[in-house]
Design a protein around this ligand. Structure first.
Ligand code: EPU
Length: 482
């Protein structure tokens, strides 16, 4: 396992191109199961989750390969090692329909093969995903939606088995339906992706009410439409799909990653630097940029041509002011940036209130930020952040993807050295994050965990103590949070 060693205090300066969105890429890759024609996806980031999804699709008869030969002809910037070659997907064997637990447990998003498998093969057997670090993560709404399309749903040895109804032609085909897909916590992103994908090949019309409005759903609808699907209303809570008999191949560029963009915006502000983001999906980030503006962070588009792939300069324009946010489904403030915003608010002048409404348990970063000197009080699904003058480096432990990002951000602003262990969580969602930050001037390096980092980190912890009343680091370096 690797760790990051970060020496904070350097303002970030320079430019970075935002990658394609992981959370768009995963369901779009699964959509390749809906056809036997080739699908080309461009700007798919090179991440652990993407490689896991490729492995799963390969087991299901769909090959996924990077087209490295296209690099030169596409004029991809050779100095930008984060710009990926196109991903070529093609389903050639349709006999297997089982997503095994061994793969599903490594990546919850494996569940997005459920809808495409069921729609095209008439049957899907997918290991029930367990909970994860950010909460229980049920899939009842996915199953409710697919059952409404006529699927029989069974649980067998920890697998969910879905079977489409028999049709007159002797095969199996889903039937269009009117479905309310909203749940206790609002809409479901991957649930909407599953039901929308499945409905493209169903007989007749499907209406999904309470659909997720996330830009990643709009992107999936764009790919499916290019494949020949008939979809209206993606990006609104009501999506209407007219089923077609078959889908064709397509060539599609993934939307840029609004969460990666938000993370780098916060990095610029926290270090009091100035960073220019290109390929930035400002159009889908209004809740984020508005919150940052209230906090004193200026996000200035330098090119107004295309707000979905904008270029913008980000800098802290005044003292950092406290904010109040509640995470919500899109277009509200995204849960995937709550932890990073919390890192920023740790240094604001005053008290911030951050409430988590999507995953009420998503606070594993709180105890670790406290180790860096943050003053945080959690009350249920709300955290009160009392800004401090200075964060202080310490050994900390990554626990989930966005919590890890929050710790990297806090460490970039902290005095002294932070060692962040278990960065494999981070690698699931941020491509070469340490290289991207180093290119902006950050003092950050990756190292194997067992190379004596604990002692060097401890030496620095001893150098500085937080001014706040936060607890001192415990003596067991890197002990897991319990
Ligand atoms: N929910 C249910 N039942 C369901 C599905 C969801 O009750 O059947 C609840 C969830 O427990 C949660 C809420 O509905 O309270 C929203 O969950 P959603 O289904 O939208 O989450 P997801 O689709 O499984 C995606 C992203 C997450 C992101 C959430 C919310 C992917 C691969 N994952 O998950 O991304 O936090 O939407 O926006 O797209 C991340 O990137 O770090 C990450 C966790």
């Amino acid at each position: 396992m690797d760790a990051f060693v970060i020496r904070g205090g350097t303002p970030l300066h320079g430019s970075i191109r935002i990658n394609g969105a992981k959370n768009a890429a995963l369901p779009l890759m699964a959509a390749a199961l809906l056809t036997d024609q080739p699908i080309t996806l461009r700007d798919v980031p090179n991440l652990v989750d993407i490689r896991n999804m490729s492995a799963l699709l390969a087991e299901l008869g769909c090959s996924c390969q990077r087209d490295e030969s296209a690099r030169q002809s596409l004029n991809l910037d050779p100095s930008d090692s984060r710009q990926s070659a196109p991903l070529l997907l093609r389903t050639t064997v349709e006999s297997a329909s089982h997503a095994r637990y061994d793969i599903v447990r490594t990546m919850r998003a494996s569940v997005c093969v459920l809808g495409p498998l069921l729609a095209r093969r008439g049957v899907a057997r997918v290991a029930m995903p367990g909970g994860c670090a950010i909460g229980d993560r049920p899939i009842d709404l996915h199953l409710k939606g697919l059952a409404a399309l006529g699927a029989a749903v069974e649980l067998d040895s920890g697998d969910i088995v879905l079977t489409a109804p028999a049709n007159k032609a002797g095969g199996r085909r889903l039937r269009g339906a009117r479905i309310f897909l909203g749940g206790r916590f609002g809409s479901t992103a991957l649930g909407t992706a599953n039901v929308m994908s499945a409905a493209t090949l169903a007989e007749g019309e499907t209406l999904i009410e309470g659909a997720a409005c996330e830009p990643e759903i709009v992107d999936l609808a764009a790919l499916l439409t290019q494949m020949g699907a008939q979809i209206q209303g993606a990006g609104t809570p009501r999506i209407v799909i007219q089923g077609v008999d078959s889908l064709a191949g397509a060539d599609h560029t993934i939307v840029p990653d609004r969460i990666e963009a938000g993370t780098f915006m916060i990095a610029a502000a926290l270090t009091q630097g100035e960073v220019t983001l290109s390929n930035c999906p400002l159009d889908s980030m209004m809740a984020v940029t508005e919150t940052l503006r209230q906090a004193g962070v200026e996000v200035t588009p330098t090119n107004r041509d295309d707000p979905t792939r904008a270029t913008c300069a980000v800098r802290l324009a005044s003292d950092l002011r406290p904010t109040q946010i509640t995470t919500q489904p899109h277009p509200g403030f995204p849960t995937d940036l709550q932890a990073q915003l919390m890192a920023l608010m740790c240094l604001a002048r005053g008290n911030s209130v951050l409430t988590e409404r999507i995953f009420p348990q998503r606070f594993l970063h709180v105890a670790e930020l406290t180790r860096l000197g943050a003053r945080l009080v959690r009350e249920g699904s709300t955290v009160i952040v009392s800004g401090v003058d200075q964060l202080v480096g310490a050994p900390v432990m990554a626990s989930d993807l966005r919590a890890s990002a929050s710790l990297v951000l806090a460490a970039l602003a902290a005095k002294g050295e932070t060692v962040l262990r278990r960065v494999y969580h981070l690698d699931r969602g941020y491509e070469k994050m340490e290289q991207a930050l180093a290119a902006l001037g950050a003092d950050i390096r990756r190292t194997p965990e067992n190379q004596g980092i604990a002692f060097s980190a401890l030496a620095h912890v001893g150098d500085y103590m937080p001014q706040s009343k936060s607890p001192q680091p415990p003596s067991s370096v890197g002990a897991p949070v319990t």
